[in-house]
Design a protein around this ligand. Structure first.
Ligand code: HGY
Ligand code: MN
Ligand code: MN
Length: 416
């Protein structure tokens, strides 16, 4: 006799159609998406998600960070719900699936439960965490960080984007600042489905990543101050070139990351040059160093070496520097029970699977601090993400959502 829910599968066509529908909101310029956090496009995507949740009979709650919680009642409403979700905001040149697959995969779990008339003891809450990407407003995983008590709400409300707009004001402007106090909700368990954003699953032809750990991260924003001067008439020895300083620091970050292979990574993706004129030596540069490792000791060693290196580079070039840590979290070990639920689901459904350490940060990394949490990953084409060409197959999306379905329902307990 099959165990309760043994053959549960989501509706693959409906999930894929919803992904394609959401992808129409905040289109990019090369087939992906530009639905950055608390922009009008983000607001539009939220409204679509809300409509779909209400059509599925869910009750929507929104907290003061704009995070959306769509609740399917359990037979025992007093029990803490099982949460399932991810984020709908994208990078400026993002893909259609990063984050979105996890939110709409969670919605598909609920839609499938409705189709099958299945009740669960624990309520289930489909979640859209605000500002996971941290691109427009640092840091990444902002709302889940406030929820987990590691980021201060008043502080992040004041964070500004390049145009000087404040996060809190933008959230209010798009009409998605809710009234719920952030972090009050009790979570029985949290599951996040996400694309791998790396090449391992596809290279090894494996359907499911059972995410046991997430690597740690540090974002160091560096401001170098030299002196603007004429690029033609200023003798080389007299230059205080902040642009040269930035170039040397970028090289340094790469070299240090290469010293800790095969796992450590380091790069500078955000760079600003002032005044950014062809014939003026850069007087000021502002850029963000992104270093990551599964090992805290390595992360700290890289941090220390980079700070020393910046000091040496700036002394040699006679420029000043300021280093601000604008994002950080330690390596994460996900909950063994939740990880097992995901592995057992992949096994039961006959999907190939392997353990995985997440290279990217996710809301699950913060929620893991306040509730048992785990992630399930699916492959993506060429391991490519944070690129408009990000692509997955319908089969990969369905396999990931099937596993999510089983893990969520098993944890929420089916009621006959
Ligand atoms: O930066 C990250 O790892 C995530 O994509 N926000
Ligand atoms: Mn993501
Ligand atoms: Mn991302």
């Amino acid at each position: 006799m099959a165990a309760p829910g043994e053959n549960l599968r989501i509706n693959s066509d409906r999930l894929w159609d919803s992904l394609m529908e959401m992808a129409k909101i905040g289109p990019g310029i090369a087939g992906g998406n530009n639905r950055q956090t608390v922009t009008d496009e983000d607001g539009e995507g939220r409204h679509l998600f809300k409509r779909w949740c209400e059509a599925a009979g869910l009750e929507m709650g929104v907290d003061e960070m704009g995070t959306m919680f769509a609740r399917r009642e359990g037979t025992d409403p007093s029990l803490p719900p099982v949460y399932v979700g991810s984020h709908l905001d994208t990078q400026p040149t993002g893909g259609k699936y990063d984050g979105v697959l996890g939110v709409l995969g969670g919605l598909e779990v609920v839609r499938s439960l409705n189709d099958l008339g299945i009740k669960t003891k624990h309520p289930i809450v489909v979640t859209n965490w605000t500002n996971e990407e941290g691109s427009r407003f640092a840091p990444a995983m902002m709302a889940s960080g406030v929820f987990a008590g590691v980021l201060d709400q008043a502080d992040v409300y004041a964070h500004t984007d390049k145009a000087g707009k404040k996060f809190g004001e933008e959230l209010e402007r798009i009409g998605w600042k809710g009234t719920e106090k952030v972090g009050d909700r009790k979570i029985h368990a949290f599951f996040e489905l996400h694309i791998e954003q790396g090449p391992i699953l596809e290279d090894e032809d494996i359907d499911i990543g059972v995410v046991t750990h997430g690597q740690g991260l540090k974002w160091l924003q560096v401001t170098l101050t030299g002196k603007e001067a004429h690029t033609g008439s200023t003798p080389m020895p007299k230059r205080r070139n902040a642009g040269l300083g930035m170039a040397r620091v970028i090289e340094l970050v790469h070299e240090i990351a290469m010293d800790y292979q095969p796992d450590a990574v380091g790069a500078v993706g955000h760079m600003e040059v002032f005044p950014n004129s062809r014939n003026i030596i850069a007087g000021r540069t502002v850029f963000t160093i992104d270093i990551r490792s599964p090992e805290k000791e390595v992360l700290d060693a890289m941090d220390g070496r980079i700070r020393e290196g910046i000091d040496t580079i700036c002394e040699a070039l006679d420029i000043q520097y300021k280093i601000e840590q604008v994002g950080a979290f330690d390596p994460v070990t996900f909950d063994a029970g939740c990880v097992k639920a995901i592995r057992d689901a992949a096994e039961r459904l006959g999907y190939s699977h392997r353990n995985l350490v997440s290279g990217a940060g996710h809301d699950a990394c913060w929620i893991n601090r306040v509730a048992p949490t785990a992630m399930v990953m699916c492959p993506c084409v060429d391991g490519l993400s944070h690129n408009e060409a990000e692509e997955i197959s319908k089969e990969w999306a369905s396999a990931g959502a099937d596993v999510l379905f089983h893990a969520v329902v098993e944890t929420a307990v089916i009621v006959e």
